[in-house]
Design a protein around this ligand. Sequence first.
Ligand SMILES: [Zn+2]
Length: 87
Amino acid sequence: MSGFKCDCLDVMGAKLAEHNTKICVTMAFPRDGSPGYVLPKIDTEKIEKRNRKGPALAIPTFCPFCGIKAGAEPPAVAAPSFDTGAA
Ligand SMILES: [Zn+2]
């Protein structure tokens, strides 16, 4: 389940799957015990590589495809699009 109330992650997942591609996601498990959900992953890395502590997570608060805020109702028209890189 997506952390956003829109279908963008599912729609994009289906479209990308046709091109042997998937979106990297971050699993979130709320501390209040409510069901876990997924959010599109924002890549992060350590600045100081010798530090043993792993990089922090960057959590999106808005859907990157349609722009709704996490937990908000989706707009009437939410149409994600993507580019295969082909001309
Ligand atoms: Zn969306």
